[in-house]
Design a protein around this ligand. Structure first.
Ligand SMILES: NC(=O)c1ccc[n+]([C@@H]2O[C@H](COP(=O)([O-])OP(=O)(O)OC[C@H]3O[C@@H](n4cnc5c(N)ncnc54)[C@H](OP(=O)(O)O)[C@@H]3O)[C@@H](O)[C@H]2O)c1
Length: 278
């Protein structure tokens, strides 16, 4: 992993706000990218309690922060507070990245674009695909929106509680439907957008026998990187994309928005992996 360049009076600061945030991989990922590209930037984490997002946005303006990442529990509040939102962030009502456009702030959702970019990086297109998304929380909604924009033909949203599943389907009822686990077998792309499989929540969100070759199975869980779902998918002959893919590519899209520089994705992936196994 690259180290941070010497900090001076010219150094620009980017940050993440969230609670909890101490275990975020974002500082390692972004500082490695700044070092690799020679940019005089540094990235830090600010633990910010729920309800304090507006004050963090004011601080971004007052202190002239170059960019802001937004994580739980602030994504919806920031979308409500900012006047200027990307079309995607407005549709989702959630912002995970704030960038400058001239002298005003704009809220973006790079979870959605980063998810699609992670697939593209591994050679997997979304255009015309039939998709099954398991889980319909904040991440599941972002995945659905990203794949709609990327041209998915049909998206089955499979969620434990029907209400949240229906909310995700409402993003585009003409191409989305509330689905059942059996829909997974007919999907070209299968996504786990639940926490099932992460450390402390073992298990697999997809029933046995539904995965096969000619499928791409995408995990959002990144701790551990290799989950029960990914193991089962490989055994079934499917292609896989792990949770570090979305993590890295949402950061890469944010880096591009803040700096205008092409992000060093491989360096960022390596930094994210180093933290994951620390
Ligand atoms: N790789 C990345 O860059 C990235 C980015 C964002 C999130 N994530 C990961 O994605 C996962 C979801 O995040 P989130 O922000 O969407 O969380 P969230 O808003 O809390 O939503 C969680 C979703 O998972 C479902 N769920 C939870 N426990 C379940 C269980 N035991 N069985 C079946 N379904 C269950 C929930 O269903 P109900 O609606 O019924 O409660 C809900 O749909 C987390 O593991 C998070 O770390 C990864």
């Amino acid at each position: 992993m690259g180290s941070v360049l010497p900090v001076s009076g010219h150094t620009r600061v980017a940050a993440v706000i969230g609670d909890p945030v101490a275990h975020s991989r974002s500082p390692a990922v972004h500082n490695a990218a700044f070092a690799a590209t020679g940019l005089d930037w540094v990235y830090v984490a600010f633990a910010t309690e729920g309800g304090q997002a507006d004050r963090a946005l004011e601080a971004m303006v007052t202190l002239g922060l170059g960019g802001l990442s937004v994580t739980m529990p602030h994504k919806e509040q920031v979308a409500t507070s900012l006047e200027n939102l990307s079309p995607l962030a407005r549709r989702l009502g959630a912002v995970n990245c704030v960038a400058w456009d001239g002298d005003h702030l704009v809220g973006h959702n790079t979870d959605a674009t980063g998810f699609v970019a992670a697939l593209a990086h591994e050679g997997h297109g979304v255009d015309g695909a039939t998709v099954a998304v398991v889980g319909a929380g904040g991440a599941g909604r972002a995945v659905v929106a990203g794949m709609l924009d990327a041209g998915a033909a049909r998206i089955h949203v499979i969620n434990r509680s029907p209400g949240r599943g229906a909310d995700a389907v409402a993003l585009d009822p003409s191409r989305c439907a509330v689905g059942e686990p059996s829909d997974i077998a007919a999907a070209d792309i299968v996504v786990n957008a639940t926490p099932v499989g992460m450390t402390g929540r073992p298990g697999c969100p997809v029933p046995l026998g539904l995965l096969h070759d000619n499928q791409v199975v995408v995990e959002l869980v990144y701790d551990p990187v290799d989950t029960e779902l990914l193991v089962m998918a490989r055994e079934a002959g499917a292609s896989t994309v792990d949770g570090l893919g979305m993590l890295v590519h949402q950061a890469a899209d944010a880096f591009r928005l803040w700096t205008g520089v092409e992000p060093p994705v491989d360096v960022m992936r390596s930094a994210a992996s180093s933290v994951a196994i620390a």
